[in-house]
Design a binder for this molecule. Structure first.
Ligand SMILES: N[C@@H](CCC(=O)N[C@@H](CS)C(=O)NCC(=O)O)C(=O)O
Length: 232
């Protein structure tokens, strides 16, 4: 089957060196983190959007870019990255010299920034397992035990966020940063499988994130009222 990728170019900008920047993305997948961050950075890039379907993600064309055929994948000149955490750190290091979204070495929040960047995956792995169990695997092969276990582990990971966010607007004391896009996506994904309304600090945090222009731009175009406020 011939690969048909939808190529969408973002708005023009005056920054010349970012012209070789390309993101491979599937709607609502982990690549939403990278897409959201690119919009927050407001830099020019090329978006290659594929349906979340192995016809595209396992095509020889895409496997020659990402050997596992997953998303995200970022190509910047001669550099290819296919871990959303690495992409986040790299984009901040290269395109955010003033540490508006990153917290580089030497910044007092650097260690905390790294901690939340990687904590995003601690949350997301349970969401990914629940995607497999609830959506991808054939119904007769799904496991109620795995679903219960993964839902509980996801809830515990969200509970840690809920405690941390007590009295805070964002993960870091200094305000919104790139790690909010990493963790924010994990909450976005996790909220499809657990009752997020029980975690009031997480809900008010998520509602704030959902109102960001860059978050809205990174959402799939066909979702049902994704910006509806969650009541606490
Ligand atoms: N740890 C990786 C995980 C990447 C990943 O597994 N992405 C999923 C989408 S959320 C994927 O592409 N799955 C397709 C597949 O496994 O075929 C990251 O954070 O980038």
């Amino acid at each position: 089957m011939e690969l048909q990728l939808i190529e969408v170019l973002s708005e023009e900008s005056n920054i010349r060196e970012v012209r070789m920047l390309k993101l491979y993305h599937c709607p609502n997948a982990r690549s939403m983190r990278s897409l959201w961050l690119l919009y927050e950075l407001n830099i020019d890039f090329e978006l290659v959007e594929m349906p979340f379907d192995q016809k595209y993600t396992r095509s020889p064309e895409y496997l020659s870019v990402h050997p596992l055929g997953r998303v995200p994948c970022l190509v910047h000149n001669q550099t290819t990255l296919y871990e959303s955490g690495a992409i986040c750190q790299y984009l901040c290091e290269i395109f955010d010299k003033e540490d508006k979204l990153g917290r580089s070495i030497g910044h007092k929040e650097h260690a905390e920034w790294l901690q939340w960047l990687h904590y995003a995956e601690t949350v997301a792995v349970h969401g990914a397992s629940l995607v497999q169990q609830n959506i991808i695997i054939a119904e007769e092969l799904r496991s109620p035990v795995v679903i219960k276990l993964e839902s509980r582990r996801l809830e515990k990971a969200i509970e840690v966020l809920n405690n941390h966010l007590n009295g805070r607007d964002y993960l870091l004391e200094s305000g919104f940063s790139a790690v909010d896009t990493a963790v924010g996506y994990s909450i976005h994904m996790g909220s499809m499988f657990i009752k997020i309304s029980e975690y009031k600090n997480v809900v008010s945090y998520y509602n704030k994130l959902k109102n960001r222009k860059a978050f809205r731009k990174s959402l799939p175009k066909d979702v049902n009222d994704p910006l509806e406020e969650i009541e606490v």
